[in-house]
Design a protein around this ligand. Structure first.
Ligand code: PEP
Length: 251
């Protein structure tokens, strides 16, 4: 049985004190989270303080990026061990904004994924087609390429620890959510590719949908059997809307 996962990607938002007060409020607003794992990706600068605030709660945290090296002359970079040291259990890897604005390739995503697993952290690997890919009927080709290149060389056991976030680029921050059928179709396809690479791991991995999810549209989306949760950007910045999204899983 795959446990649902709801994750919030804060991107470049919130100061340390804003992040800590969010957690203080969220802790009080969510009662029973037994049926869903709750995860937030604050900025690097807030991780340590946020971790102190969430101790003893059911909230997990992750970093929004990582470098694959262990240590040394890599100015500005953060290693998996440093991230683990702040209390994180997850790392978001290959978000489309990183691919688009910072030149992140699937080869880099692969190196990051392996380094994160080696450090005992769980990678959440983002994949997704652009609007143009969808218009050209290349969605499946793009998804297959991204999975093959991003996840090549893992053992079956390592492959099980990966969370995939399917985020159509045209749906991120646009208010245009993929239809439940569009999302389900890609999630089934991801499992198929995964089973070719890692056999049984395909039934164990969690595949989240991300792109303009909010409290009003989550129910339709989550009615699909292959959608194991959501990765939320904008609607995760506000405690009220994020708590409502979590509540969906507890009803
Ligand atoms: C995201 O950035 O991962 C995301 C899903 O953003 P939004 O929910 O704002 O579309």
């Amino acid at each position: 049985m795959r446990k649902y996962l709801i994750a919030g990607n804060w991107k470049m938002n919130k100061t340390v004190s804003e992040a800590v007060s969010f957690m203080k409020i969220l802790k009080g607003a969510i009662a029973n989270t037994a049926s869903v794992e709750v995860l937030l990706f604050p900025t690097f600068t807030a991780l340590y303080a946020v971790n102190n605030e969430i101790k003893g709660s059911d909230i997990n945290i992750g970093a929004q990026d990582v470098f694959w090296g262990e240590k040394g002359a890599f100015t500005g970079e953060i290693s998996p061990a440093m991230i683990k040291d702040t209390g994180c259990s997850y790392v978001l890897i290959g978000h489309s904004e990183r691919r688009q604005y910072f030149g992140e390739t699937s080869e880099m995503v692969n190196k990051k994924t392996k380094a994160v697993i080696a450090a005992g952290l769980k990678p959440m690997v983002c994949i997704g087609e652009t609007f143009q890919d969808r218009e050209n009927n290349s969605t499946f080709k793009i998804i297959e390429k991204q999975i093959n290149e991003s996840l090549v060389g893992l053992t079956a056991e390592q492959a099980c620890s990966v969370v995939i976030a399917y985020e159509p680029v045209w749906a991120i921050g646009t208010g245009k959510i993929a239809s439940p059928d569009q999302a389900q179709e890609v999630h089934v396809f991801v499992r198929k590719i995964y089973s070719q690479m890692y056999k049984d791991a395909s039934e164990k991995i969690r595949i989240l949908y991300g792109g303009s999810v909010n409290p009003d549209n989550i129910s339709n989306l989550m009615a699909n059997p292959d959608i194991d949760g959501v990765l939320v950007g904008g609607a995760s910045l506000d405690t009220e809307s994020f708590a409502k999204l979590i509540k969906h899983f507890n009803n």
